[in-house]
Design a protein around this ligand. Structure first.
Ligand SMILES: [Mg+2]
Length: 398
């Protein structure tokens, strides 16, 4: 069969706020081939990602993503890898192409899963999907008391692990941060895993991050995530070394959500000293690339974890690449996602009584977008070049 159409749907809640919540808008992708449909999602600002699909060719290494996808043969799983590589070869000077490709790649896996009647993880070669312990992912409160209350609620909801991040963390004094970390630990009590996400707040300032190590060790924080921007490998390496040298409880580093390809993730593992690699299938190049990273990390003794702060569709896509690796036990689980994310799909991925998430044993991703609900969030877009409409928000169907 041939890829007949690729459609993008820009969705957003009415008021997008300046907070670290990526579920306020979404870019849903629908691919059609051979009478079948597959769905994917890009983790990206929607409009530039649509533009990367339709923009006129700028030069030979800067083609629109559509040039490498539309009309391509899709008969075997190897065709997905081929298309993934083709997009990268034809669009490597188009920086948003990785985001656009990611949603398409996810949709291609979903489509092939539906065609073959198998969940994606089985197409990847895993015999079964191990349940993952969901860590409740939420933002730090505005005050330590708020952080404490959130942590308490997370614990009462039955989660066995929780992550706090962003908010004011890292922006104020070390004392402020210490109060938040201790409040989180106290709210969770001693038996729930606590993780902390600095959201790249220290840029590449190793000393600023190092000043927080004592409280993170005192509160037995399972990882410190993204102390620095993704490319600051020397800063990652220096902090990892400092954390080891302290002795006693070692604060391990996590990172990788900013990886746009497998090499960025590998470099963080090889040169940044991270012990957890967090991959967003909606950004890294889809399931194809995320699976590569999961296999690589496993070989290096580094744990793979999904990065997902948005919808059940994105969550299912992000769990497939490491579903069958039993020793990778954690999964990010958005607990404060927007109403858009909550309404996104017919199926949900609930957390069970033991705080774990299981992938559906259904073809593809096992997730179907809820068209009627999504229509409320559709952002109508039209892009013209000269007199020609190169993109107009398509019909989402029923
Ligand atoms: Mg993060």
């Amino acid at each position: 069969m041939k890829i007949e159409s690729v459609d993008f749907f820009y969705l957003a809640i009415p008021e997008v706020k300046d907070i670290g919540d990526g579920s306020q808008d979404a870019l849903l992708v629908r691919v059609r081939a051979g009478g079948l449909e597959g769905w994917g999602e890009c983790e990206a600002a929607p409009l530039p990602s649509i533009a990367a699909y339709v923009c006129p060719m700028s030069h030979s290494a800067c083609k629109p993503v559509s040039a490498s996808v539309l009309g391509q043969e899709l008969n075997n799983l190897s065709d997905i890898t081929r298309i993934n590589q083709l997009v990268r070869r034809n669009s490597f000077d188009l920086l948003q192409a990785d985001h656009t490709l990611s949603g398409i790649d996810v949709a291609l896996w979903d489509l092939m899963g539906r065609r073959l009647g198998e969940p994606v993880y089985r197409l990847l070669g895993y015999k079964r999907a191990f349940p993952k312990t969901a860590y409740a992912s939420s933002l730090f409160g505005n005050t330590p008391q708020e952080t404490f209350d959130k942590a308490r609620r997370v614990r009462q909801a039955g989660y066995r692990a929780a992550k706090f991040g962003w908010g004011a963390f890292g922006l104020g004094s070390v004392t402020d941060d210490e109060a938040h970390v201790r409040a989180a630990r106290e709210g969770l009590s001693h038996d729930v895993t606590l993780l902390v996400d600095a959201g790249t707040v220290w840029g590449d300032d190793v000393a600023a991050a190092e000043a927080r190590l004592p409280v993170l060790a005192e509160c037995r924080v399972g990882w410190l995530e993204e102390p620095f921007v993704s490319g600051a490998l020397d800063a990652y390496a220096a902090l990892a070394q400092a954390a080891r040298a302290r002795g006693g409880f070692e604060v391990k580093l996590a990172g990788g959500e900013g990886a746009h390809d497998a090499y960025m993730a590998r470099h963080l593992i090889e040169h940044g000293g991270i012990r957890f690699v967090q991959i967003d299938t909606g950004r890294v190049g889809g399931i194809t690339t995320a699976f590569d990273v999961a296999q690589y990390a496993h070989g290096k003794g580094v744990a793979f974890v999904n990065h997902t702060f948005t919808t059940p569709l994105a969550l299912s896509a992000s769990l497939q690449p490491y579903a069958g690796i039993e020793s990778d036990t954690l999964c990010e689980y958005p607990v404060e996602a927007s109403e858009l994310a909550a309404d996104f799909t017919h199926e949900k991925l609930p957390v069970d009584g033991e705080g774990r998430v299981r992938l559906p044993d259904a073809p593809g991703l096992g997730m179907t977008p809820h068209s009627a609900a999504l229509r409320r969030y559709l952002v109508p877009v039209e892009i013209r070049v000269h007199d020609q409409v190169v993109y107009r928000t398509p019909e989402i169907g029923d």
